[in-house]
Structure formats: structure tokens, C-alpha cells
Design a binder for this molecule. Structure first.
Ligand SMILES: Cc1cc2nc3c(=O)[nH]c(=O)nc-3n(C[C@H](O)[C@H](O)[C@H](O)COP(=O)(O)OP(=O)(O)OC[C@H]3O[C@@H](n4cnc5c(N)ncnc54)[C@H](O)[C@@H]3O)c2cc1C
Length: 443
């Protein structure tokens, strides 16, 4: 039986479906192509620390690196292994700006706060690239991202965003490619042009994460794996408990994102965890990969239920998308269908890997960052743009812990609404919202 499973467990692909190779014992291409993993111990006993971070993804590690550099003792608890969450499974695409677009972001937060958020997104990409360089992280970083229009309304939206970012922020990294020019870069007849972002890019997400983990450990962050935080007792010195240990801290940072479960139910009601999947083809060889994509950049389409793709360092096509309700098939079949709609000439190509993860999506599609009381901070809900944004948000969490919250508060002031009915109604609402967006995509 076919199933999409966790990074940690093997996957059996269906033998009735020829183009999928059967019995591959890796669920994730990233797992299979990961650089050497460091192992970290399980927490046992009582610990006293300045800052306890819950969650070993980009957000937790980014905050940990800056806090350690500022001289704090830092204990990071990871329920599974670092990179177990979205940070070890994602599309690796580095976009500038925010998921709703900057015109909508400014409508939500105002012109001045929108401008500051835009600057943070630029700082985020720069910081990510700086860390890759400073810590010599080998993660196949490549420049460039295309936002590809499938419909004329997508093209109009992209051109408006480009004009807005040029006029208001002086951003000069966007370049519009019409249908023919884009087809010269990406050999697909599905698109009617694309906006190129020279400052965007992509990377191997798990190797980036493992590099951050190694840098944090070398800097003196105490990382514990297999150490799920089961409770956080609030107070002047919050206490975090695990199955076999206890951490007493001056500050706690909750960085569990869509994987936090109900550790703090008031946070879970502020986003919906959407299942997203990626397939990796067998290696295509350089000539065939080049014939499909002349560009080294990655591509995202402009549907609500978007598809995104790029070539890996070993010339596999990585093709991702969100779980769909209409005409629902097993994720690997659905994604393979989408891939063939984009590149029909890949019909003979086998899919070697399929894996999934949870994306935390907020109602307004902007990150949800804030405090619980005076000494517990949280960040979640990047809505599909956490690869770069987690770098800056981690930095701002560290600044807030140091008592410099002016920049942190720009994110914390973003107005967010809970999902009505809290966690109980999240899933029915998610189905309704997905249905609505799928119908809109089809129009
Ligand atoms: C399939 C997929 C594709 C995506 N594609 C992109 C993309 O191309 N570009 C982009 O920018 N973003 C993308 N994203 C989103 C991006 O991956 C996330 O926004 C980002 O990784 C969030 O990082 P994080 O550190 O906040 O959370 P996570 O990486 O999810 O880390 C949270 C960690 O906390 C741990 N944890 C949870 N609860 C506890 C607990 N109680 N105790 C201890 N540990 C706990 C989890 O095990 C997990 O390791 C994608 C996500 C998915 C799933």
C-alpha cells in the first residue's frame, strides 16, 4: 500500500504505478542526500539555563545562534531530531517579501510598517546567505526565483507588485519575462510570463538546517534531541518539562510551529497546519535537465494551491504542491499529474522519492510572532515563506530576549485573527477554505 510518511520512516511506493519506483527505502530525497548528521543526547535530569528554546527548526536555531553570540546560556529541546519539522522537508525556495504580496501587506499593517516588514524580508535573505558563508554550510545555494503566471490575472497581479516594490521601496531585483522569454528559460507551455527575482534563490533545506545545528552546537548551544517539551509552567522563571528532565529558564522561546501540537493551545488556534508534499524524479542527466530548465532558478506558480519546482544539484526535478481535495489522489500521483501538466515530456521518468510536511498558514498569510506574559516568546505561521523569514525572526526573538524589542514588535503588531472555534473547527474550516481556493484556481 502506498503512503506518504515521516522522514524517519521508510516509504513503500505502489507497484501498480509504473513511473514510481517501488520499495525505495527513503521517504525524502533530502534525507537521502543529507550531509553527515550530528547526534545530540536526550535530556535527562534538571538543568538551569538563561533561555530554553523549544523546537529544532530554522527559527529555534537562528535564535539560539544569536543568543549564544550575545553571551546567554541556551538549551534547545527537539522532540525528534533537529530538522524533523518543516525545516527538514520544505521546497527550499527563498522568496523576497511575504505570501500575500506587499500591496496587501501594506493594506493590513499600513504603509510605514509594511515598509519595515519589506526591509526585514531583505535582511532575512541576506542573513541566511551570510550564515551559509560564515559557517561554510554546504547546501547547494543557487540564485533566482521565478513567479510564473498561469492566467492573465496572475500576470496583472505580478506586474502591479513589481511596480509597487520599485516605486515604494526602490527594489530593482525584479524583471518581467513575457511568455516567449520565460519559455526560453523553462520549457513549459503552461505559463504566460513570469516575474524573476534576482535576490531570490533556493537551497537544500535539510543541509542548511544541519549546518545551522552544527554551528549552534559549536557555539555552545546545548541541544537535546528526543526531548519533547510536555509542559511549560509559566512564572518568573518558567519551567519546561520533558519525559526525563526539566529545564528552568529565565526565558522560553516556543519555535515548534505546525509541530507544536497543543503544548500551548492558544497558539495552535492561530494557524492551520496544511499538508504539503514534494516528489523528486530520478536523475535526468544534464542534457535533459537543461532542455527543461535553462535557468538554475526555482519556479513557483501563482495559484492559491501553488505548484513549485526546481532542479536539484544532481539534476532531479523536485516538484511540490499542497494537498488538494478535488479529484483527490495519493499525493505522489497527484503531484506527478501536476508535474506532467507542466512538463508532459517527463511521462517516462520515474519518481524516486515522495515526502510531506506541515506548513503553518495564518489567516492573513503573515507570520505570527508574539509573547505570552513577559518571558515567553513565540514565532510560527510563516505561511510558506519560513526559509528566509525564520532567519530574521530568530534574530528578532534574540533581540527581544535581550530587552531590545523595537524591531520584534513590528512583527508582533501584525494583526492576527484566531480561527473561529479554535483547534476544534480548524480542520472543517481548512477543508472549506481549500475547496474555495481550488475552485478559484480552476476559474
Ligand atoms: C513541504 C513543505 C514545503 C515548503 N516549502 C517552502 C519553501 O519553498 N520556502 C519557504 O520559505 N518555506 C517553505 N515551507 C515552510 C518552511 O519550511 C517553514 O516555514 C519553516 O521551516 C519553519 O521553521 P520553524 O523552525 O519555525 O519550524 P519547524 O521547522 O517546523 O520546526 C519545529 C520543530 O519543533 C519541534 N517541536 C515541536 N513541538 C515540540 C515540543 N513540544 N518539544 C520539542 N520540540 C518540538 C518539531 O519536532 C520541529 O522539529 C515549506 C514547508 C513544507 C512542509
Amino acid at each position: 500500500m502506498s503512503k506518504v510518511c515521516d522522514l524517519a520512516s521508510p516509504i513503500l511506493l505502489p507497484d501498480s504505478h509504473k513511473p514510481l519506483k517501488k520499495n525505495r527505502m527513503h521517504s525524502s530525497y533530502y534525507d537521502a542526500s543529507a550531509r553527515a548528521r550530528d547526534a545530540f543526547p536526550r535530556l535527562e535530569g534538571d538543568i538551569r539555563t538563561d533561555v530554553c528554546i523549544i523546537g529544532g527548526g530554522y527559527t529555534g536555531l537562528s535564535a539560539a545562534l544569536d543568543l549564544r553570540a550575545a553571551g546567554f546560556s541556551v538549551t534547545l529541546l527537539e522532540a525528534a531530531r533537529i530538522g524533523h519539522g518543516a525545516s527538514g522537508r520544505n521546497g527550499g525556495q527563498i522568496a523576497t517579501g511575504y505570501t500575500p504580496g506587499m500591496i496587501e501587506t501594506e493594506r493590513l499593517v499600513g504603509r510605514e510598517e509594511g515598509r519595515r516588514l519589506w526591509q526585514f524580508s531583505i535582511e532575512a535573505s541576506n542573513l541566511l546567505k551570510e550564515r551559509i558563508q560564515d559557517y561554510a554550510i554546504d547546501c547547494d545555494l543557487r540564485p533566482g526565483e521565478f513567479y510564473a503566471a498561469i492566467k492573465p490575472r496572475h500576470r496583472d497581479w505580478l506586474l502591479q507588485e513589481q511596480a509597487h516594490c520599485e516605486r515604494v521601496y526602490g527594489y530593482e531585483q525584479y524583471r518581467w519575462l513575457d511568455t516567449a522569454a520565460f519559455r526560453g528559460q523553462v520549457a513549459s507551455e503552461r505559463f504566460c510570463g513570469a516575474l524573476y527575482d534576482a535576490a531570490g534563490g533556493h537551497l537544500h533545506p535539510l543541509n542548511y538546517l544541519l549546518g545551522l545545528g552544527r554551528a549552534a552546537a559549536l557555539a555552545g548551544v546545548d541541544i537535546y534531541e528526543g526531548s519533547e517539551a510536555k509542559g511549560v509552567a509559566e512564572g518568573s522563571t518558567p519551567v519546561v518539562t520533558t519525559a526525563a528532565g526539566r529545564v528552568t529558564a529565565d526565558f522560553v522561546i516556543l519555535a515548534g510551529n505546525a509541530y507544536l501540537g497543543d503544548l500551548k493551545p492558544q497558539l495552535a488556534a492561530r494557524f492551520i497546519p496544511v499538508d504539503a508534499y514534494i516528489i523528486a524524479t530520478e536523475p535526468l542527466g544534464e542534457a535533459r535537465a537543461q532542455a527543461l530548465m535553462k535557468t538554475a532558478a526555482c519556479v513557483s506558480d501563482m495559484n492559491y494551491n501553488l505548484d513549485y519546482f526546481r532542479m536539484s544539484a544532481d539534476n532531479r526535478l523536485l516538484y511540490g504542491g499542497r494537498d488538494k481535495l478535488i479529484g483527490r489522489a495519493a499525493p505522489e500521483e497527484a503531484l506527478r499529474g501536476n508535474m506532467l501538466a507542466t512538463f508532459p515530456e517527463l511521462a517516462d521518468v520515474a519518481v524516486d522519492y515522495v515526502w510531506g510536511g506541515k506548513v503553518a498558514i495564518t489567516r492573513n498569510l503573515l507570520p505570527d510572532v508574539g509573547r505570552i506574559g513577559s518571558n515567553i516568546y513565540y514565532a510560527q505561521g510563516y505561511s510558506g515563506q519560513g526559509v528566509p523569514l525564520s532567519a530574521i525572526v530568530g534574530r528578532l526573538l534574540a533581540e527581544a530576549v535581550q530587552g531590545q524589542a523595537e524591531r520584534f514588535d513590528i512583527f508582533a503588531r501584525i494583526p492576527h485573527k484566531r480561527f473561529p472555534g479554535g483547534t476544534a473547527l480548524r480542520l472543517p474550516l481548512l477543508s472549506l477554505a481549500r475547496l474555495y481556493y481550488e475552485i478559484r484556481d480552476a476559474l
